[in-house]
Design a protein around this ligand. Sequence first.
Ligand SMILES: Nc1ncnc2c1ncn2[C@@H]1O[C@H](COP(=O)(O)OP(=O)(O)OP(=O)(O)O)[C@@H](O)[C@H]1O
Length: 606
Amino acid sequence: MADKTSKIEATIQTTTDSKLSYLWKMWLYIFSSTKKISLIYLGLFISISLLRPLVALIWKAFISETQSLNNSFFSAIGFISVYWGINFVISLVDTYLAFSADGDLEQLEMVQSNRQQEMLHAKLYSRVGDLPSEYFEMASVNDNIRQVFDFIGNPFSGVNHEVMLKSYIVIARTVSILSIALTLFVFNPWLCLILLVAPLPVLWTTGLSEKFRFKLRRENSQLARRVAYYQDLFLSSASKEIKVLGLHHYFFEAWQRVAEAHILKEKKLIRIQTLLDTCNSLIVNLVTIGNMVFIVVLLAKGQISLGIFGAVLALTGGLVTDTTQLLTCFATLMGKQQEAQQFFDFMSLPSQDNKGQTLSKVSELRLENVSYRYPLTSKYVLKKINLKIKSGENIAFVGENGGGKTTLVKLILGLLSPSMGEFTINGIESGSLNISNRLAQQSTVSQELSRYKTFTIKKNVYLGDTLNPLDETKIDQALDFVSLNDIASDEVLGKEIGGIDLSGGQWQKLAIARSVYRNRALLVLDEPTSNLDPLMETEIFQHYLTMANDKTVIYVTHRISMAALAQRIIVIKDGEIIQDGSHDDLIKNEGEYKRLYQEQAKWYVR
Ligand SMILES: Nc1ncnc2c1ncn2[C@@H]1O[C@H](COP(=O)(O)OP(=O)(O)OP(=O)(O)O)[C@@H](O)[C@H]1O
């Protein structure tokens, strides 16, 4: 379908091929953000790797010394102490650097990890904030965001460990292997053969296990979301209904079915992993034995001295460990290509255009033949809408469920853009306006309640206008507006964190107070009072309309008594505007509005 929505759909088509360049891009992306600390960390890794040949040389000198009979007991003790001392330092620092055991270097790792996490989260939060809101209407984009957040993870489990730490190990181990190779070559060129029988198959087995792991994680991400959803239900607003209807068991079974599928997939992965690990250690052991036999043969043939024999034995152990670690980390890194690609696919989604024209005041909204379909769906939920709204008007949208009222409201707010037709603000095409400036001109209360827990009541109101300093008087006025002044405004909200909780109606009042505090020229309210008692609802609407004589107010309501308060009423059915006029005009005609009015009135007049 070639309309404007198809352009959005085209931007989320991603390639399935994994590319090495994404991994490199990821590495540079993280490294460049924490250059100093990353360089120190990498430097330490490389320095430790260079100590291996030093250990071998000391060992060689020690054996030669003891062979030449003029040694003293003390020099032998000295050699052994230095040898074990350096070995101890290598193993200790290795452990601290690579596995974050307790110790000083763990703190260094923590610093670089936290910095990297901070930078990645900052980029991710700003990217999510910058994404045109229409993208959030698509399940695939929401999925992608969740996967990217999972990949970025937390300081000790996230991408910096998977990509950065593994890459540091690859670099350090490569340096170590090269220095060992050079030492072996200097001892005897034949010894370099040991390098050739390094456990190459490890690369293959580890690569395979990473591939399985990624596939499983991808398949499991939907299952994991469903499992989490069932768990959240018990803590959500549905919890009371679940209790009354006795649905705990029902949802447990639903949870169990999904969890079972998840566990089965995980079991399969563990089996594959165990098999591959066993193959790995078998290969490593065989290689070690092969190397031993080889150097014994060289010694027997007199091609190497006893000192070199000892040194090579010391080096071989390090070589096998280093090669195995190099290949394992390399394979893990390779397995991260797809996740890195997902990350950059997400990061490269278009940003909302903040460069367009700005307006100082919205004075006219005009929709001409506007149709809308949600991305990745084919049905137009708004059809050829023609509507002109002038500054200062107050308008109610009414109509049956699913008619398209909320969709029209989102279009007016700039949260969606027309698939077809033209939407102009003050005569300027809405698409060419600066979206941030546009959003800053309006205040809204949406159908879905936003409950900002962990903040005080006062802060909840202040969230309506955080670009300006907190104004206590205005906050008190906003709370008065909705009669929410009986609870101390510095009470923290959220039972989960030891604060207080509010009733559904009180949360709604708080959302209204936020919109009042924001105080913008365009006020868009989507069923803002559905949880309030009728007296409170009437009072708030009347307040809104008197406060708003210089403002444009658009509100969606199902209650005709509330709609009747507006100057103009627009009736929407099946995505079309079927009536437009004042209450008095519409009630005179036989039409949908009169039908809705009579339907509701008959419950009051008996
Ligand atoms: N994100 C979405 N993706 C696909 N379709 C959607 C989406 N949101 C809404 N719809 C569909 O758009 C149509 C209009 O929905 P809308 O919420 O605008 O109606 P409404 O008049 O506000 O309904 P209600 O009075 O129940 O709130 C419905 O058929 C709905 O299923």
